[in-house]
Write a protein that binds this ligand. Sequence first.
Ligand SMILES: [Zn+2]
Length: 238
Amino acid sequence: MTEPELLETERRAVVDHAAELADLTPGRTGNLSVRGKREGDDGNDSNSNSDSDSDNDPGDAFAITPTGVPYDAFDPEDVPVVGIDAEGEQLAGEMTPSSEVPMHTAIYRREDVGAIVHTHSPWATALAVANEPLPPIHYMIVAVGKGVPVAEYAPYGTDDLAANIVAAMDEADSTAALIENHGLVVTAPDLPTALENTHHVESLARLYLESRSAGLEPQTLSDAQLETVLEQFESYGQ
Ligand SMILES: [Zn+2]
C-alpha cells in the first residue's frame, strides 16, 4: 500500500498539523483528516470551464492521522489515505488509520467539508459528558455558528455516530458538535481553520464552565447581536 503520490499535499498537512492535537487533547485520543482528490490532478484543463459551475468537487478520499503513534512520529508516506466511497477502504499509507475513521468517512459522505478535527479535549468534553450544549456566551462562537449542539451518543467509530453528528450540526447550523459522553468534532473548509475553530470551542467551553464554577450565570448574546458579529466577520479582511 505504498502510493507516495496519492493525496501528497493532504498527507503533508496531516504531518504538519498533527502535533497541534497534543495541545488540545490528552494522550493520543484526537484525530484529524484532510480531504483531497484521488485521481491525478485534473488541474490542467480537461474540463476547461475554469471556474467549475458545479461547485468544486471536494475530493473523494482523505488523509487521516494514524492510530497508536505519537503525533510527531510519522512521515507523509506513513499517513493513511482512505476512500470516501461505499467501501471506505485504505488506499495508501504504511500505517493503520485512526479507529474513528468511519466517523470521518461518514461525515465526508454527508457534508461538503475539507477537513475534520476530533478531540476529547477536556473542557468541551466536560460539557459533552453532561449533555450540555455550548451557548453563545462570547462573540467568538460565530467561528462555528451560534452555539455548539450536542450530538446524541452512539458507539465510537460507527456510521450511526456520524449520522448523529451531522444531524446535530445541521439542526443547529453549526460546524462544530459536542458528542454526548465522548468529545468534540469540528469541520471546516481546510485543516488550519478546523484546528483554529477547535481551539475556539475548547476555550469557550472553558470560559463557560469556569464562570459557572464560580457560581456565576453566564449571559448569552442575542440572535441580533450574533448576526451583527457575523456581518463584521464577513467584511473582515476582504
Ligand atoms: Zn473520540
